[in-house]
Design a protein around this ligand. Structure first.
Ligand code: TYD
Length: 224
């Protein structure tokens, strides 16, 4: 595998994607595969500064195009300085959010249009879309309840109204229909263990086909 592999995890806030990402990374580590994990926005010095601007409620409302381009700027720096070099070295890169977040949140959520935001992101990513995307699909109302139950302060994006998340959620479904070979849509309703079984069922085969990596079966983790 000399071209590396780019896997992204996507879904609306509160869907549980970061938990599933961490579980996959653990399972890869268990078969001695080390991966590079990055999160967006952020992951570089510029990206972390831009992340601060984007997520700080003090930034307030900004122009949707400005918002999309800030996310794209963070992504461009990350792709150029971290993701591309890692892929060129044959590594597996796992992204907690990538272009599809911009297509769903800025394209649909903010109403800029998926294709216009995609165009800006093809510039930012040098045309590098993920090889595989795990989309954790959860009803926006359920996701919102989950988020509220954590008691954490809401960031600037999370403060957008429920209609924003309904539009973003619908857009993720459109993206899955548009890229059926790339985007694996997983039902995110249920416990983390239940969702992990679904991720495993969807991801194991394409992962093995692309990399030869065979994950250990999940039942090894059942309580003794
Ligand atoms: P973060 O705290 O990383 O949230 P999460 O754990 O849900 O990934 O904050 C990132 C926020 O930015 C999140 O609300 C999604 C949003 N976002 C966009 O609107 N567009 C993008 O391109 C990206 C990467 C994130």
């Amino acid at each position: 595998m000399d071209a590396g592999l780019l896997i992204s995890f996507e879904g609306i806030d509160g869907c549980g994607k970061t938990t599933q990402l961490a579980r996959l990374v653990d399972r890869l580590a268990a078969v001695r595969v080390k991966v590079l994990v990055v999160r967006e926005p952020g992951g570089t010095r510029l990206g972390e500064q831009v992340r601060g601007i984007l997520l700080d409620p003090a930034t307030g409302d900004i122009d949707p195009a400005a918002e999309a381009l800030l996310y794209a700027a963070s992504r461009a720096e990350l792709v150029a300085t971290v993701i591309e070099p890692a892929l060129a070295a044959g590594q597996i890169v796992v992204c907690d959010r990538y272009v599809d977040s911009s297509l769903a949140y800025q394209g649909a959520g903010r109403g800029l249009g998926i294709d216009r935001v995609l165009e800006a992101n093809l510039l930012a990513t040098r045309g590098r879309l993920p090889d595989l995307t795990v989309l954790v699909d959860l009803d926006p109302a359920v996701a919102r309840t989950r988020l509220a139950s954590t008691g954490a302060d809401q960031d600037r994006i999370e403060r957008a109204g429920s209609e924003f998340f309904t539009r973003a959620h619908a857009a993720y479904g459109e993206l899955a229909a548009r890229w059926p070979d790339r985007i694996l849509r997983i039902d995110g309703d249920g416990t983390a263990d239940e969702v992990e079984v679904r991720v495993d069922a969807a991801l194991s085969r394409p992962l093995a086909a692309r990399t030869g990596i065979v994950l250990e079966p999940l039942h090894r983790r059942q309580p003794a």
